[in-house]
Ligand binder design. Structure first.
Ligand code: 1CP
Length: 357
């Protein structure tokens, strides 16, 4: 296995000293890049991009060819699991994801299989194996999954939602059925992530994009509980001087700023936070890593505004170890590519002074 040439991201995840703050961008491979749009056109569909390892690998590497990023994230989607469970995922042009067979009742839930990741999701593992080879130790490769709650929202709503009425109706009228679904998803996600680790993922991120729509109590019961279950089942290795012997886990609940302490108690290595969180107020800085949290819309601004907003986030985090710079959510699709360049450069340049011994 090749040596890692840039281990800043893995070091920051373990709250170890670094010379500058590592940065990567959620959804860094995607529609704001002209070369992505071009390849997506040739591939014919988004799912074809994901399911062809050579194409998924190429898309993963696209942002790294342009920018000095400190990590790569495998190009795929959180909805690969529901698709492998037989729900029939498709993307209509200009619209979000849709399922042909959404979950309607408990009978549907009972019939769902738990996918074998080396069978129906083998294309993800092949993409990881190929990308590790192509990266040749340049930066670490992140594997990922959606949280059970977030996956369940798409499976029950049948696609994207604003109000989450169908899943909330099930949550309050038939909580047992929802728990059965979440348990199946937690088992599937744990198998899927362990297979990604085995295939070569060097860090894991769990996207709980819709955990923030829950009440304080239901968040614990319907989202956090299952993420904790997954984390306890992951084969993460052991921490040692060799950064490659341990696979850290980042847990990101969008809108989860009020629940950082319960999130920390899941045993994750890093907490992803959105832009509503004041990094100044996080008490556990330096003990657990923090990823975030620039408002993605800041990247619409001019160079000096981007720089001053980067400076503000760095200053809020301060001189502690364990900061991974990122946006507070995915990059927006109409952000100019040069602005992304300024942003990454600004993080690297301006963060140096926060890391002097
Ligand atoms: O038309 C296209 O080209 C498809 C656009 C697209 C892309 C580029 C989708 C459909 N997914 C992706 C890639 C993707 N999705 C990655 C790639 C790796 C990266 O560079 O970061 C990742 C990590 C995801 C994860 C994902 N998919 C999440 C969690 C993170 C987040 O942004 O909240 C969610 C919620 C999805 C669902 C999904 N897939 C695609 C879309 C447009 C959506 C969101 C729909 C919605 O808003 O409900």
């Amino acid at each position: 296995m090749s040596q890692l040439k840039n281990d800043r991201y893995l070091r920051a995840l373990q709250c170890l000293p670094v010379d500058y703050t590592p940065v990567w961008i959620m959804r860094q491979a995607g529609r704001y890049l002209p070369e992505y749009r071009q390849l997506r056109l040739t591939a014919g569909s988004f799912m074809n991009l994901c399911q062809t390892p050579e194409l998924a690998c190429e898309v993963t590497l696209q942002p790294l060819k342009r920018f000095d990023l400190d990590a790569a994230i495998i190009f795929s989607d959180i909805l690969t699991i529901p698709d492998a469970m037989g729900l029939g995922l498709h993307f209509e042009t200009g619209e979000g994801p849709k399922f042909i067979k959404p979950i309607i009742n408990v009978t549907d839930i009972k019939q769902l299989p738990i996918p074998d990741p080396e069978q129906s999701l083998k294309y993800v593992m092949d993409a990881i194996r190929l990308t590790r080879k192509e990266l040749d130790g340049k930066v670490p490769l992140i594997g990922f999954s959606g949280s059970p709650w977030t996956l369940a929202t798409y499976m029950i709503e049948g696609g994207s939602s604003k109000s989450f009425t169908k899943i909330k109706k099930m949550m309050y009228s038939n909580p047992k059925a929802l728990h059965l679904l979440l348990e199946k998803l937690a088992n599937s996600v744990a198998l899927y992530l362990n297979a990604q680790i085995k295939a070569g993922a060097q860090s894991i991120m769990i996207f709980d994009t819709w955990g923030g729509v829950l009440s304080h109590q239901s968040y614990q019961e319907f989202s956090l509980y299952y993420m904790q279950m997954i984390i306890s089942e992951l084969i993460r290795g052991t921490k040692s001087a060799d950064m490659l012997s341990y696979v850290p886990v980042t847990l990101f609940t969008k809108g989860g700023g009020l629940w950082l302490e319960p999130i920390r108690q899941t045993g994750c290595d890093a907490i992803g936070v959105d832009w509503t969180v004041d990094l100044n107020k996080i008490k556990s800085k330096g003990q657990i890593a923090i990823q975030g949290n620039l408002d993605p819309s800041v990247l619409y601004a001019d160079k000096s505004t981007i720089e001053s907003n980067v400076e503000a986030v760095l200053t809020e985090y301060g001189y502690h170890n364990g900061h991974i710079f990122n946006l507070g959510h995915g990059i927006l699709q109409d952000i100019p590519v040069e602005h992304v360049q300024h942003f990454i450069h600004a993080v690297h340049q301006q963060s140096k002074r926060f890391h002097c011994d």
